[in-house]
Write a protein that binds this ligand. Sequence first.
Ligand code: APR
Length: 237
Amino acid sequence: MKAIQNIVILTGAGISAESGVATFRGPDGLWEGHRVEDVATPEAFVRDPDLVQKFYDERRAKLKTVQPNAAHQALAKLDRTWAGELLLVTQNVDDLHDRAGSKRLLHMHGELNSAWCLACDARSPFDGVMAAAPACPHCHQPGCLRPDIVWFGEMPYQMERIEQALSNCDLFVSIGTSGAVYPAAGFVQTARYHGAQTLEINLDPSEGSFHFHESRMGKAGELVPGWVEQLLSHGLC
Ligand code: APR
């Protein structure tokens, strides 16, 4: 098996499940009681901004009650100690990777703790209540902030940087994602096309499971720390 230098890791809602953050695609097909198209599209925001703001306000408030778990901690340890290139791309809008200490981290679907001003286009750290129509910290216009979250139909962040890292990695690892949402669901194919080893760690097989060289099924909090130790001691996947 080939020695690994450059790593790209993709995470999804499953990595935060053991911290108590709800995943998107539960057995009832709803996300915390809502259809995704009622709260996670630009059209929903135009139709019912109050519902959308309150929905994300609740998710943001919930962040203050949850903690990073063993999987977030293990990836942060890998980030601190890995001498080669490493990029952790998360689809999650929670801040659990940040709080665990990951630095080489990119939030491709935005962040709950960030506000985007539709009046002046500035992004600012935000941990309050957007439904209360606060003023933008930059332009001071009230009621113009929206969650800095990539909704369905919008372009994920930093795709060029992600594509570049994928084309240059020796190992691609996907953790806790259903593989239902593109472009993230296609990263495994891009990495494989460029010759990377590919590993999936998930509770059950994702939609694109057959694309991976190896799949490990189980909870991220149990499997990720072991995988990180294996990588750090042998440099092999
Ligand atoms: N450990 C590992 N995997 C888990 C765990 C766990 N403890 N619990 C659940 N999972 C798995 C589920 O089996 C599922 O395959 O995590 C996956 C979560 O899938 P989704 O809920 O679809 O979340 P995700 O893949 O992150 O969604 C992608 O969809 O709605 C959009 O923008 C949103 O970023 C999100 C994107």
